[in-house]
Write a protein that binds this ligand. Structure first.
Ligand code: NAD
Length: 408
């Protein structure tokens, strides 16, 4: 509420500034007068937005807050020229709005987080902020990645920090902070601890990046995505979880191994929660337009389906902790689809109400991701068996979400 009010105040000031701009056009020789009016406008903005600024310690801490706030709203009104004048600089953009780089925050600089940051940098998705609670960890990894810039050919800014103010105004926040599984553990065993972490992290996202998209990665994935949505209060299209892309990639890889083809040529779909009840869909999986069911026998398909469902624990049992290369690649694929407005159909954990009769929870379904975040949920024509299996998987997600509700 307060924020809307303050925005409207600022926009009124900006309207006044338009008048000043007009006047300066008519009488450009009135430079001094224009400047004094602008200074007045500046002080109005400063006093009127005091409360807003209190909520933005990032900007305050930068010591450059007048410029930040004015810059932000002046760009709205195309007034870059005037404000660069106020700060005693010549406009370098000559009135042309510079193209801003995207800002991606990766929370958690562990295995998944650091790999996500590296892949996002490698694909030049934007400037990266890597944040962790362990002092030095994110800083060290970010510095290491930055030092690889000339070798890898990326030139984005990579910052490592423990300070949330550095994440301010991120476009996308990828939450990987959370305990990973150890052998013998299920994803659900992480529920209590990771709910705490998601709670505190999402609070910071709201504080510093109110306009961002959130991609949740930590487990149990569906429950943590629901938690991030509940805590943030963000619109449903702005919160999503990464698991389906990973599970589909695993499925595609196992199929490609059997058929001796490129995994990228396997188009996979799957539904449901990121757990043992996930639902890989052989009927909707195609290779060169042919359904998998025409290419492999039932027994082989069942083996692949089971191996996909157990894809996570297979890796955990081999190396003692959860996978991170493929999960990070999945998170980056989703971020890229949003940043580049790809309208890519990807299986991910998104809000479904009437869709698939879910009834208002975030669960894994195919969705179209683009500049608007989750732009559409794609409904498949499921048969009775698939519907029943999906209902079991969604039921399990609901049970976990109910527990999460009690914890937050
Ligand atoms: N969705 C998926 O498909 C998928 C796949 C693999 C792993 N995961 C999950 O991702 C999470 C991370 O896995 P990992 O292997 O990178 O674990 P990790 O232990 O290597 O890294 C987690 C990092 O989070 C940090 N952290 C903890 N609390 C924090 C907080 N409040 N703020 C900032 N940072 C904080 C830790 O210090 C640690 O560095 C786990 O929950 C794991 O189960 C999900």
């Amino acid at each position: 509420m307060t924020l809307f009010y303050q925005k409207s105040v600022i926009l009124n000031v900006v309207k006044d500034l338009f008048l000043i701009k007009k006047m300066a056009k008519i009488r450009p020789e009135c430079n001094r007068m224009g400047l004094s009016l602008l200074k007045t406008a500046k002080s109005v903005i400063l006093s009127e937005t005091k409360e807003l600024l209190c909520k933005k310690p990032a900007i305050l801490a930068s010591g450059n807050w007048t410029v930040e706030i004015i810059g932000k709203y002046s760009r709205l009104a195309g007034l870059t020229f005037f404000f660069s004048g106020i700060n005693g600089e010549q406009s370098r953009t000559n009135g042309v709005k510079p193209m801003a780089r995207r800002k991606i925050t990766v929370v958690g600089a562990g295995n998944v987080g650091a790999t996500t940051a590296f892949l996002a940098a490698y694909q030049q998705l934007g400037d990266i902020v890597l944040i962790d609670i362990v002092k030095g960890l994110a800083e060290g990894k970010a510095l290491d990645m930055a030092q690889a810039s000339s070798l890898c050919g990326y030139d984005c800014k990579i910052t490592g920090t423990t300070d949330w103010s550095a994440t301010a105004d991120s476009d996308i926040v990828i939450i990987t902070s959370g305990l990973p599984r150890k052998p013998g553990m299920s994803r659900d065993d992480l529920l209590a601890k990771n709910t705490d972490i998601v709670k505190s992290v999402t609070g910071q996202v709201v504080r510093y990046s109110l306009e961002s998209f959130i991609i949740v990665v930590c487990n149990p994935l569906d429950a943590m995505t629901n938690a991030a949505a509940m805590i943030s209060g963000f619109a449903n299209n702005k919160v999503m979880g990464m698991a389906g892309v990973l599970d589909a990639a695993r499925f595609a890889y196992f199929v490609s191994e059997k058929l001796g083809i490129n995994p990228a040529d396997v188009d996979c779909l799957l539904l449901g929660g990121h757990g043992d009840e996930m639902l890989p869909l052989p009927r909707f999986t195609t290779v060169g337009g042919k359904a998998l069911t025409e290419l492999l026998d039932e027994k082989t398909i069942e083996e692949i389906v089971q191996r996909t469902k157990m894809g996570g624990i297979e890796v955990v049992n081999l190396m003692g902790t959860s996978a991170f290369y493929a999960p990070a690649a999945g998170a980056v694929k989703m971020a890229k689809a949003i940043i580049n407005d790809e309208k890519a159909m990807l299986p991910c954990c998104v809000y479904c109400d009437k869709e698939y009769d879910v009834g208002g929870y975030f669960v894994g379904v195919p969705a179209v991701l683009g500049a608007g975040g989750v732009e559409k949920v794609v409904e498949l024509d499921l048969n009775e068996t698939e519907k029943k299996e999906l209902a079991v998987s969604v039921g399990h997600v609901k049970e976990l979400v109910d527990k999460v509700r009690e914890m937050i």
